[in-house]
Design a protein around this ligand. Structure first.
Ligand code: SF4
Ligand code: SF4
Length: 116
C-alpha cells in the first residue's frame, strides 16, 4: 500500500505538502515533507507531485504517473532536476508513526491522492 497521485485532478494548492511537513516537524514547514509539489517555471500551468518512500519516488505529472527507483534518480534518470530536493526529505510512513490515516489523502480537496 502506498500513496498514489491522479495528476490531472490536482490544482496545485500544496495542502498535501504542508500537512505532511506538519506530520514530521509539528510545524508548518516543508523541509521534511515526503510529498512535494513542483511547478515548472518554463511551462505555464505545468505542475507535478512526488511522493518519496524508502525505495522509490512516485511521480505524478501531466504526462503520466509511476514510480522511479531512488538509485535511478541518483544516477540522473527519471525525475530530472526537480526531484533532487525531495531526496533529502523523510520517506513516507503512511502517517503510521502518528497513528493517523494518510493525512495528505485526507486533506486533498480534489481527491487527487489515494492509497493503493
Ligand atoms: S501518507 Fe503521511 S507521511 Fe506519507 S506523504 Fe502523506 S502525509 Fe506524508
Ligand atoms: S492537496 Fe490535492 S489538489 Fe492540493 S496540491 Fe495536493 S494533490 Fe494537488
Amino acid at each position: 500500500m502506498r500513496v498514489k497521485i491522479k495528476p490531472l485532478e490536482c490544482t496545485g494548492c500544496a495542502l498535501c505538502e504542508l500537512v505532511c511537513g506538519y506530520h514530521w516537524d509539528e510545524a508548518f514547514s516543508l523541509i521534511s515533507s515526503s510529498i512535494m509539489l513542483h511547478r515548472a517555471e518554463e511551462k505555464k500551468n505545468y505542475m507535478g507531485l512526488m511522493v518519496k518512500t524508502g525505495e522509490d519516488l512516485f511521480l505524478g505529472r501531466p504526462e503520466g504517473a509511476g514510480a522511479v527507483k531512488l538509485g535511478d534518480l541518483q544516477k540522473g534518470g527519471g525525475g530530472g532536476a526537480s526531484a533532487k530536493p525531495i531526496l533529502i526529505r523523510e520517506a513516507c510512513d503512511m502517517c503510521e508513526s502518528a497513528g493517523l490515516e494518510p493525512q495528505c489523502v485526507a486533506v486533498c480537496p480534489q481527491g487527487a491522492l489515494y492509497v493503493e
